[in-house]
Design a protein around this ligand. Structure first.
Ligand code: CAA
Length: 284
């Protein structure tokens, strides 16, 4: 199936990066938010990113304008009617995702593939909220989406081969390397990454090492671009907590139970870079 128009539900950190990447690959793009304020914030982030590329001489102004012209921002879910494929990038909450998928299922034509950018939830649970479970799968992108080279595709036991193949071609056209995972808790990347991040929080909360030393240890000792606490601030502590809680719910592994410090920081609104404070202070 040839994809012409692609939708993105959510214009937050992940949603706007996904929409930018899709529009840069030449697709007509529809990006939605729940209100004008959040939509404009997401569109503003895309503009700022593209303007940065133009300022660095990596993109022509005319190409930036063309990318922006391909993105239609909306707060009306009916605008997804024209989409051949949709990536849902809303908050990591099963009930919300089921509601969004059921609604999209009503609105979209039968051929539309709907993927979720969930980082850890069971995809089959989302798929059965629709009457097209064979056209539902995980399309897991990584932050910052325009830069990170990976697309992790998650196939459920009922995702069709056609859906999988069309999604793989879509990922390749976005310039991503595609890996395929089964619908097991947290798939491949987060199954490995989240336990590591949680262990870093426990090391820090137990007082065994300073946050700076934990981060320097992994940056300099293992050549990671960011240490684990920096990465948690970058990803968002709420997102990390939802991911580990989802893994704990399925695996019952005590190491996946969110550390107390993480829960308290999320309750306090210390979500990392996006709120100006997490393990580090970004307010200055
Ligand atoms: N959007 C677009 N481009 C961006 C960007 C953004 N948000 N942030 C950085 N970039 C670009 C910069 O413009 C720059 O481009 P050029 O090389 O063309 O100039 C390039 O990325 C490098 O950026 P910087 O020089 O500013 O900074 P850096 O070299 O320190 O790299 C980084 C920044 C790419 C974020 C790097 O620190 C990194 O790779 N960090 C780890 C990121 C990571 O692990 N992400 C996965 C998180 S897990 C996840 O997302 C999944 C989940 O389910 C939780």
């Amino acid at each position: 199936m040839e994809l012409k128009t692609v939708g993105v539900v959510g214009a937050g950190l992940m949603g706007n990066g996904i929409a930018q990447t899709i529009a840069q690959a030449g697709y007509q793009t529809v990006m939605s938010e729940i209100n004008e304020q959040l939509l404009n914030k997401g569109l503003g982030m895309i503009k700022a990113n593209l303007a940065n590329a133009v300022a660095k001489g990596k993109m022509q102004q005319v190409d930036m304008d063309a990318v922006l012209n391909r993105i239609k921002g909306t707060t009306n879910v009916k605008d997804f009617q024209s989409c051949d494929l949709i990536v849902e990038a809303a908050v990591e909450n099963m009930d919300l995702k089921k509601k969004i998928f059921a609604e999209l299922d009503q609105i979209c034509p039968p051929h539309t593939i709907i993927g979720t950018n969930s980082s850890s939830l069971s995809i089959i649970d989302i798929a059965v909220a629709t009457k097209r479970p064979d056209k539902i799968l995980g399309l897991h992108f990584f932050n910052p989406v325009p830069v990170m080279k990976l697309l992790e595709i998650v196939k459920t036991i009922v995702t069709s081969e056609d859906t999988l193949n069309t999604s793989k071609e879509f990922g390749a056209r976005l310039g991503k390397t595609v890996i395929t995972a089964k619908d097991a808790p947290a798939y491949i990347v987060n199954r490995l990454l989240i336990p590591y991040l949680m262990e870093a929080i426990r090391l820090y909360e137990s007082g065994y090492a300073s946050r700076e030393d934990i981060d320097a240890g992994m940056r300099l000792g293992c050549n990671h671009p960011m240490g684990p606490l920096e990465l948690l601030d970058f990803v968002g502590l709420d997102t990390a907590m939802y991911a580990t809680a989802a893994m704990y719910a399925e695996l019952k592994d005590p190491k996946m139970n969110p550390p107390i410090l993480l829960k308290k920081m999320v309750t306090a609104g210390q979500l990392g870079r996006k709120t100006g404070k997490g393990f580090y202070d970004y307010s200055k």
